[in-house]
Write a protein that binds this ligand. Sequence first.
Ligand code: ZN
Length: 137
Amino acid sequence: MDDCVFCKIVAKQIPATVVHEDEHTLAFMDIGQVNPGHVLVAVKKHADNIFALDDAQAAAVFRSAARVSRAIRDAFAPQGLSVYQANGKAAGQTVFHLHIHLVPRHEADGMELTWPVKNPPREKLVDYAERIKAKLL
Ligand SMILES: [Zn+2]
């Protein structure tokens, strides 16, 4: 896409600090660096979000995320690592080209995610599951 910043990074029209590249993915340092070693793994072929991925892209982007995560662990020895991926503005997506954040984590590092559980009854879980199963291809 002409106006997509990540497409421009993939096309080398905008510089990025690349850590890994393969047929389907490009991994590069997030310029914001929530913590040192924060990497983005993006698909090369434009996809707005997870809903637009084909199976090869989906497999490749998580394979790269796992490989780069192990390298971040070995290079920075964080206490943990968060994998963050957002789809749609309501989910917090700001760059509409699929990417996965790999964020090295440390106790009290300031990164917060509220998790407002609703704990519905089992019947609701079954209903939700049936709705999803009916749409699986
Ligand atoms: Zn793009």
